[in-house]
Design a protein around this ligand. Structure first.
Ligand code: SAM
Length: 239
């Protein structure tokens, strides 16, 4: 990626089909500059995404510290919040939307660069490439709901993808999902609950209806809260 023009016409042939938009308005100068200067330092090489669980976190970060993952991070404020809160973790994250990625790299503090690796494409490409038993926490916050029944197969939380998430999570690791869409929350809860490798952590209503301790609120969640919608916080443990 060398010029602003390239950034605003991103369509490399190896991109996977993603069901949301990849770009909205053109990037402003600051974000385009961040994409040119910062993004290449944290971008995961697509040649390593062989989708056979061969990519180790040591290969990504050069250390064996705890690695947490976030799928569909929007503008990335939650990823940055986790890096700020937990100075010893690595973060691997995927977001196909260029404007979100550009907002993230613009705001990413420089000292977090060595602990951050990102993919600007479908998160499943990344998840199915990561080594089994390598991720300590996986966040999927407010995924796209795909309301119509014929679009349910586009939902990122599906029985097939839960198999992939179960593979990459360490035993005792956590899958953390949120939504303010009752139908989607119900869907995610039902499928994760039924999955043999996950245990729901909740023992009371407060456990899923109230923010967990030290919770970092995402941009989407803030918007939802303004609309007086009710968030569900679904926390599962990998058996
Ligand atoms: C409703 S937004 C939520 C953003 C953020 N998590 C938040 O809570 O503010 C859903 C995000 O998922 C991203 N997304 C959609 N399909 C994806 C995929 N296959 N892999 C990774 N991210 C995806 C979208 O681009 C979008 O940024």
């Amino acid at each position: 990626m060398n010029s602003k023009n390239d950034l605003n016409n991103p369509a490399p042939p190896e991109q996977r089909k993603v069901w949301g938009r990849r770009q909205s308005r053109p990037l402003n100068v600051t974000r385009a500059k961040a994409m040119e200067e910062i993004f290449p330092q944290i971008e995961i090489d697509k040649a390593t995404l062989t989708q056979d669980h061969a990519l180790s976190t040591i290969a990504l970060f050069g250390n064996d510290n705890e690695t947490w993952m976030e799928i569909g991070f929007g503008s990335g404020e939650h990823v940055i919040g986790l890096l700020n809160q937990s100075p010893n973790i690595n973060m691997v994250a995927a977001e196909p939307f260029l404007n979100g990625m550009a907002a993230f790299v613009k705001d990413l503090p420089k000292n977090h660069i060595p602990r951050t690796r990102v993919l600007m494409d479908d998160a499943i490409m990344l998840a199915s490439s990561l080594q089994e038993n390598s991720i300590n926490k996986l966040y999927i916050l407010n995924p796209d709901p795909w309301h119509k029944k014929r679009h349910y197969k586009r939902r990122i939380v599906s029985p097939e993808n839960l198999d992939v998430f179960a593979k990459i999570l360490k035993s005792g690791g956590e899958l953390i999902m949120t939504s303010d869409v009752p139908d989607l929350a119900d869907w995610m809860l039902t499928h994760a609950f039924k999955h043999p490798d996950f245990t729901w952590q909740a023992t009371s209503q407060a456990d899923w209806s109230e923010k967990p301790k030290n919770w970092i609120t995402t941009r989407y969640e803030t918007k939802g809260a303004k609309g007086a919608k009710k968030m569900c916080y679904l926390l599962f443990t990998r058996k």
